[in-house]
Write a protein that binds this ligand. Structure first.
Ligand SMILES: *Cc1c(COP(=O)(O)O)cnc(C)c1O
Length: 389
C-alpha cells in the first residue's frame, strides 16, 4: 500500500478515538436493543446508554440532558434549528440574520427559507473574519426572529463573539442559533453564558463516529419550540423521529466526555504546535499571510496564503500532506472559497492558500516535516515563476 500523506485536515473529519470505539462496540452486538422498546430489558439497556450520552453531551456545553436532541450530524441539526424554529415563530416575524462565512448547511437552509417567504439578511465580515456588532445591531428589526452565527469557522478557525451577539439578539426579542461543529470539544462553550438558544454539533469533528450529532434546544429563558422536520414515531420529544443510532450516540457521548476532560491540556499542546508551524513557515518564507484574526481562533487551526504561488501548482506539489488547499486567486480555475471571498482575501495577483487542521495524533515531527515540505515547495514554485515578485 502506498504511504499515506500526513493527516493535517482535522477540520474535515477526525479519526474515532479508540476509547470511543470500545464503548460503541457492544451496542452493535450484544446490546442491540431499540431504546423505544419499553417492554423489556433489551430496550431499557439501550435507553440507559442513550440517556448517559445525553448527559455527557449536555455537560460539554453546560446544558441539561433534556435540552439535547440527537440527530445525524451538524447539517441536520442546522436544518432543524433554522427551518424548525422559523416555522413555529412565523407569526412573530419573518426576518432571519446570518453571516456570509457560515457553513453551506446554514446558508442553504436560509436560501430555502427565503423561497418560503422569509427575509434573510446575510451580514458580511471584516478582514479578521468577525461579525461587526454595530452592523448586527443595525440589521435587527422588530420582525427578526433568529440570528444564526457559527461559533468557529471551518476554514479559517475564527471564533465569533457569541456572548455579545447573543445579548444583541435577545435585546431585540430574537433567538441565537450557533453552528458549533468545529468549536464543540475544542474550546469551552457555555450555552448559558453565551446566550445561545440553539446549538448544533457533530461527533465526527471531535473524535466520534460519522452520522451522529446533536442539537441543543434551550428549555428555559426562553423555552424554545421547534417544528419537526422529520415526522414519524415521535422520538426525541417529537422533534426528530426515527430509531435512534444507539452506537453512534454512545460514541458521541464518550467523545464529548473525553474532549471535556482533555481540553485544557490538549488545546495548549495544539496551540504550541500551531504557533510553531506559523513561526517555522515565516522563518523560511516571506509573503505568508494569515487569513482571519489570530486573536480569536481555534487552537488547532492555521489558514495561510502564500503570495506569488498558484493554488493548483501548490496542491500538486504537496501530495504527501493531507491538507485542504484553496485558491486565493479570483482568476484561477479552482473557485475561491466563499469564506476567503467574504474576508476579502481573494485577489487578482495569485496566491495559494492552505488550511492546516491539527489534531490529537499530530506530532512535533509531523509539524517539522510540514514546515520543510511547504517552505521548499513554495520557494521552488516562486523561483520558477518568470515574473518578478
Ligand atoms: C462539518 C461541519 C458541518 C456539517 O456537519 P456534518 O455532521 O458533517 O453534517 C456543519 N458546520 C460546520 C461548521 C462544519 O464544520
Amino acid at each position: 500500500m502506498a504511504v499515506r500523506p500526513i493527516y493535517l485536515d482535522y477540520h474535515a473529519t477526525t479519526p474515532v478515538d479508540p476509547r470511543v470505539v470500545a464503548d460503541m462496540l457492544p451496542y452493535f452486538t450484544e446490546r442491540f436493543g431499540n431504546p423505544a422498546s419499553r417492554q423489556h430489558a433489551w430496550g431499557w439497556e439501550a435507553d440507559e446508554a442513550v440517556e448517559r450520552a445525553r448527559g455527557q453531551v449536555a455537560a460539554l456545553i453546560n446544558a441539561t440532558p433534556g435540552e439535547i436532541v440527537f440527530t445525524s450530524g451538524a447539517s441536520e441539526s442546522n436544518n432543524l434549528a433554522l427551518k424548525g424554529l422559523c416555522e413555529t415563530r412565523r407569526e412573530r416575524g419573518r426576518h432571519v440574520i446570518t453571516v456570509a462565512t457560515e457553513h453551506k448547511s446554514v446558508l442553504d437552509s436560509c436560501k430555502r427559507l427565503a423561497t418560503c417567504g422569509y427575509d434573510v439578511t446575510v451580514l458580511g465580515v471584516g478582514r479578521d473574519g468577525l461579525v461587526d456588532l454595530d452592523a448586527l445591531r443595525a440589521a435587527m428589526t422588530p420582525n427578526t426572529i433568529l440570528v444564526s452565527v457559527m461559533a468557529a469557522n471551518n476554514e479559517i478557525g475564527t471564533l465569533q463573539p457569541l456572548d455579545a451577539i447573543g445579548a444583541i439578539a435577545h435585546e431585540h426579542g430574537a433567538l441565537l442559533h450557533t453552528d458549533a461543529a468545529q468549536a464543540a470539544g475544542k474550546v469551552p462553550i457555555d450555552v448559558r453564558a453565551l446566550h445561545v438558544d440553539l446549538l448544533s454539533l457533530t461527533a465526527h469533528k471531535c473524535y466520534g463516529p460519522k452520522g451522529a450529532g446533536a442539537l441543543f434546544v434551550a428549555k428555559a429563558k426562553p423555552r424554545v419550540a421547534l417544528a419537526p422536520q422529520i415526522d414519524g414515531g415521535g422520538h426525541e420529544h417529537g422533534w426528530r423521529s426515527g430509531t435512534l443510532n444507539v452506537p453512534g450516540i454512545v460514541g458521541l457521548g464518550r467523545a464529548a466526555e473525553i474532549c471535556r476532560e482533555e481540553m485544557p491540556a490538549e488545546s495548549a499542546r495544539l496551540r504550541a504546535l500551531r504557533d510553531g508551524l506559523l513561526e517555522g513557515l515565516r522563518a523560511r518564507l516571506d509573503g505568508v499571510l494569515v487569513n482571519g484574526t489570530m486573536d480569536r481562533r481555534l487552537p488547532h487551526n492555521l489558514h495561510v496564503t502564500f503570495d506569488g504561488v498558484e493554488g493548483e501548482a501548490l496542491l500538486m506539489a504537496i501530495g504527501d500532506l493531507a491538507v485542504s488547499t484553496g485558491s486565493a486567486c479570483s482568476s484561477g480555475s479552482q473557485a475561491p472559497s466563499h469564506v476567503l471571498q467574504a474576508i476579502g482575501a481573494v485577489r487578482d495577483g495569485g496566491g495559494a492558500s492552505i488550511r492546516f487542521g491539527l489534531g490529537r495524533n499530530t506530532t512535533p515531527d509531523e509539524i517539522a516535516y510540514a514546515i520543510d515540505r511547504v517552505a521548499t515547495v513554495v520557494a521552488s514554485l516562486r523561483s520558477s515563476v518568470a515574473r518578478p515578485r
